[in-house]
Design a protein around this ligand. Structure first.
Ligand code: AMP
Length: 273
């Protein structure tokens, strides 16, 4: 595995490579969720590139940018053992200059749900993903459905900017008890970790209600809200797969999303029905 710090150097190295390139962008503190994306890339491409970059422009003032878990040595080992060909590990200065061209997330779908509690967050995400995709120019890029709104906005960006990459959505990897794996789970104390399970419980209940014939979005949300207590619910949203608002669940075209705080830790999860 080659660790590369400079964007231009990586571009030059990848120009020499023959065959398809799979790309897994991450913020590090790698867990099994990330490893599943890497495995899929390994299977489907000749070359696999992973990036680790804690992107400052997607953190708002007062968020956990400085506290975000950083595990450089362990992450390098994980990538090496997973058979990654290139690990891209740039500094902030290597990615961002001064007085830059800026991408803005779509005015509606970039500013609802997580975009309401974190205005500007998705503009930062799209800006960095655009830069990373331009540097790596992969055939396939792998993203988790756990961050469903992010995935939808990246798919939208690729379409809107006519980018030549195939985005591959990957299912959410969970702990045995159902909690969606996340680098931020390390923030949870014992009590918060137990209460965090209300999120998957509420999503499973919603699925059960739908299986039993319930289609009314308001009723499903009401039940979910009860189950999520005592977590501080940021939103429960039920939308179509293109994130249009719906009143009635449409089987095969519905996403149920939750964002809630356990203690001070922001947790996201969703289910596609
Ligand atoms: P992050 O390092 O949290 O920015 O995540 C990097 C990529 O891994 C994103 O595409 C995430 O959606 C994806 N990811 C994070 N957690 C999981 C998980 N539990 N299952 C599947 N993919 C995940």
């Amino acid at each position: 595995m080659r660790v590369v710090y400079s964007p231009r150097e990586l571009q030059n190295l990848l120009k020499e490579e023959k065959g398809s390139i799979g790309f897994v962008p991450t913020m590090g503190a790698l867990h099994l969720g990330h490893r599943t994306l890497i495995e899929a890339s390994k299977k489907e491409n000749e070359i696999t590139v992973v990036s680790i970059f804690v992107n400052p422009t997607q953190f708002l003032e007062g968020e956990d940018l400085d506290a975000y878990p950083r595990k450089e040595d362990a992450d390098k080992k994980v990538c090496e053992l997973s058979g990654v060909d290139y690990l891209f590990y740039p500094t902030v200065e290597a990615i961002y200059g001064k007085d830059e061209v800026h991408l803005n997330a779509p005015n509606v779908r970039g500013y609802i749900m997580e975009g309401t509690s974190r205005p500007g967050h998705f503009s930062g995400v799209l800006t960095v993903v655009n830069k990373l995709l331009n540097i790596v120019q992969p055939t396939h890029a792998y993203f988790g459905k756990k961050d469903a709104q992010q995935l939808m906005l990246i798919e939208t960006m690729v379409e809107n900017l006519f980018m030549d990459v195939s985005i591959v959505p990957m299912n959410t990897v969970r702990e045995k008890d159902g909690l969606a794996m996340s680098s931020r789970n390390v923030y949870l104390n014992e009590k918060e970790r137990v209460e965090a399970l209300n999120i998957i419980k509420s999503l499973r209940e919603a699925t059960q209600m739908i299986m039993e014939g319930e289609r009314d979005v308001a009723k499903i949300k009401q039940e979910m809200f009860k189950t999520l207590t005592p977590l501080a619910v940021e939103y429960i949203t039920i939308v179509s797969r293109t994130f249009e608002p719906i009143d009635k669940v449409i089987l095969g075209n519905t996403v149920i999303l939750v964002e809630a705080l356990s203690g001070t830790t922001r947790l996201l999860d969703n289910i596609w029905v």
